[in-house]
Design a protein around this ligand. Structure first.
Ligand code: ADP
Ligand code: MG
Length: 229
């Protein structure tokens, strides 16, 4: 691998077939300026993978590529053998909604929606009834310590609360892959614990969890590590 160094720790997924496989992945935002150069990664069910590297190195970009939110210049990403980039828009967004949860680095909640409706939105993308998922959404909000915010509008929610709401939204449908982009960046120690416990719980349930982070405490808790040099 040219651009990423994979360091296997005590990875519970080792030995299983990888669920997310990227091969020779290259991408840049501007012609001639390559952010990622021939990156290879293979991520296993049950793993919590730390993705590290200096700011501006391409961690968020790699997460977007793995989730099919960006199309690579070259190379492939497969999730359970399916190459999202080759699907048409409708199938790509449906497959992503059913497979992937994504916590964005700066969670911005839709100002027109109540918090609970933002959490339920992935059900709509997955072609399911949000009502069916309401009990689970409320359970996640309670576990994340933001149940009181369920009926709030985003203006009444702090940055750290929005980040946890974003995690509830990402976990709603029990995705088989969870991408979390610096999910503890705005959080104090206790909230960091709650978020890590939820992500570890998803991995114990069989998901692949990828966490882009600068936080050494988070890296220590992960079961494997991909470092962008
Ligand atoms: P990281 O998450 O590791 O901080 P990013 O993936 O956000 O890094 O960014 C990698 C590089 O791509 C940086 O040089 C950044 O300035 C550039 N970049 C990120 N997003 C865009 C964009 N939308 N348009 C142009 N350049 C971008
Ligand atoms: Mg980033």
């Amino acid at each position: 691998m040219a651009d990423a160094l994979a360091l296997g720790l005590a990875d519970p997924g080792a030995g299983t077939r990888p669920r997310v496989v990227a091969e020779r992945l290259s991408y840049g935002y501007r012609r001639g300026v390559r952010v990622l150069d021939e990156v290879d990664v293979a991520l296993h069910p049950g793993s919590v993978v730390a993705l590290t590297g200096p700011s501006g190195r391409g961690k968020s970009t790699l997460l977007y590529l793995l989730a099919g939110l960006l199309r690579p210049w070259s190379g492939t990403v497969r999730i359970d053998g399916v190459e999202l980039a080759r699907l048409d828009d409708r199938h790509r967004s449906l497959t992503r909604a059913r497979t992937c949860g994504f916590v964005f680095q700066d969670v911005v909640l839709d100002p027109r929606r109540r918090v609970i409706d933002s959490v339920l939105e992935p059900a709509l993308y997955a072609g399911e009834s949000p009502e069916r998922w309401r009990p689970r959404a409320l359970e996640l909000l309670a576990a994340m310590g933001v149940a009181l915010q369920a009926d709030s509008r985003p203006g009444e929610v702090s940055g750290g609360q929005a980040q946890r709401v974003g995690l509830c939204r990402a976990l709603l449908l029990g995705p088989s892959v969870v991408f979390a982009d610096e999910p503890t960046g705005n959080l104090d120690h206790d909230s960091t614990e709650v978020v890590l416990a939820a992500l570890e719980g998803a991995a114990r349930g069989g998901a692949v969890v990828v966490i882009a982070t600068h936080d050494d405490r988070v890296v220590e808790r992960c079961t494997s590590h991909v470092r962008l040099a």
